[in-house]
Ligand binder design. Structure first.
Ligand code: AMP
Length: 431
């Protein structure tokens, strides 16, 4: 509740007061974060699972976890349209573990298979098994993973001892079921993972045979990155009145960050930079210079206008670089001028603005540079200066990101017509 109040106040203050001191803005942004993003506690998870998640270093649920966990804890079937990398495994492993661990009859049913997860590849099966082990380490529940290509005896031995959760690939699973080593009569939770890959790999008949042996009274989960008609049809045969959750893949950097270009002569770049820094309501600005010498020069010229900036590049000592970075992160320095190599380790979560004082020679570097902003909750902005000689570089960048970067034509230092295009140097004739 407290976070919601802080969040609402933050929203108002952020809308009406851009000039807050940095520390207040940070606190306000944190409040805003809690307004929009929940934590694991608010999902009503039990302590043994919260403890395991905290040990894993997870602080907030990913979008698919935010949406799926409550649906599954409520007992609904789930149709999830999401890819690996979204936190999908925890979105089903956490509620399955919690439901089994809190079942009053669990003691009686310990060691009987209550959850089955079928996944197309051995690697995925192993990963899912590790996730169940990690998230369930304080619940006392057991799991094992079975897959083909290796001898079945060690797998059979574990199955005979009894497990609560079984993860497997279709072929070996069916094989061991047919040999009588797997009983699914106590099964309560069935998950079909990566259904689209499963069909691509020709597992459909195995899947149908497995489904035919499941108890009809169960909670079912079905995940697929894509949902063409044949997958939707398969989902329909497995699920009962499911809730649907769709997670779009994360947008590429170039779409996440607001970008703009200024055409400006080389000699006017410093004036334009000064103008932007004096007028932009930003607390942290990272400026990229192509050269170390250029970075130093920018710091010197900005200081003539009363603007404090620090430079980091390869000619500075490690201590000096560290100090400059700390000053920037803590907000003591608002503007940091960096070369590409020196900027590699910079991860400032609230970086609002990146300025490309020079365009990079390699177009991919542009994407890395602008990717420093617009991270986490912040929406970022990247402004680039482009003089006559850099126009071919701009063309390459736009080709790479497959979009035209909007051009800001009206600004006090718009490129003058007199800006001479580069001519090849004349070589003096020998007499
Ligand atoms: P998955 O999509 O399940 O393959 O998960 C992708 C990666 O995200 C895995 O390395 C997980 O350990 C990690 N992960 C899942 N959920 C969270 C979370 N809430 N916070 C941080 N990392 C997570």
């Amino acid at each position: 509740m407290i976070f919601v109040v802080v969040g609402l106040v933050s929203l108002m203050v952020l809308c009406f007061g851009k000039c807050l001191p940095r520390v207040n803005r940070a606190v306000m942004l944190e409040g805003l974060y809690y307004l929009t993003i929940m934590n694991f506690q608010s999902l009503n998870l039990i302590d043994p699972i919260l403890k395991a998640l905290s040990e894993k270093g997870y602080t907030a649920p990913t979008p698919i976890q935010q949406q799926s966990i409550p649906i599954l804890l409520d007992g609904h079937d789930l149709l999830g349209c999401a890819q690996t990398g979204t936190g999908k495994t925890a979105s089903f492993a956490i509620p399955i573990l919690q439901k089994i661990a809190t079942d009053p009859l669990q003691k009686k049913k310990a060691g009987k298979i209550k959850a089955l997860i079928v996944t197309p590849t051995r690697e995925l099966a192993i990963q899912i098994g590790e996730s169940f082990t990690d998230y369930g380490k304080f619940t006392g529940l057991t799991n094992t993973v079975i897959f083909g290509g290796v001898g079945q005896n060690p797998q059979v031995k574990i199955l005979k001892r009894g497990v609560d959760i079984l993860i497997g690939t279709p072929g070996r699973l069916l094989d061991l079921m047919n040999q009588g080593f797997i009983s699914l009569k106590d099964l309560e939770y069935f998950t079909l993972d990566e259904a689209d890959h499963m069909l691509e790999m020709g597992f459909i008949h195995d899947i149908e045979k497995i489904i035919a042996k499941l108890p009809p009274k169960r909670q079912s989960l079905f995940f697929s990155a894509t949902m063409p008609p044949n997958i939707a049809k398969l989902a329909h045969t497995i699920l009962d009145n499911p809730k649907r959750v769709t997670i779009e893949p994360e947008k590429p950097t170039a779409e996440r960050v607001q970008q703009a270009i200024y055409f400006v002569s080389k000699s006017n770049k410093i004036k334009l930079l000064t103008h932007i820094l004096e007028t932009a309501p930003c607390e942290a600005v990272l400026v990229f210079s192509r050269t170390k010498h250029g970075a130093n020069k920018i710091v010197k010229l900005l200081s003539r206008s009363g603007l404090t900036a620090e430079a980091i590049h390869g000619n500075k000592s490690q201590t000096a670089r560290q100090k400059a970075l700390e000053n920037f992160k803590s907000g003591r320095t608002k503007v940091l001028i960096a070369t590409d190599i020196a900027a590699r380790g910079i991860d400032v979560s609230e970086l609002e603005l990146v300025i490309n004082y020079d365009l990079p020679n390699v177009p991919e570097t542009y994407v890395h540079r602008i990717g420093r902003t617009g991270r986490a909750k912040a929406s970022g902005m990247a402004l680039s200066f482009c003089d006559q000689t850099e126009k071919p570089l701009l063309r390459d960048i736009q080709r790479l990101i497959k979009q035209d970067i909007p051009l800001i034509t009206v600004h006090p230092f718009a490129e003058e017509k007199s800006d001479r295009p580069l001519r090849p140097k004349r070589v003096a004739k020998r007499r």
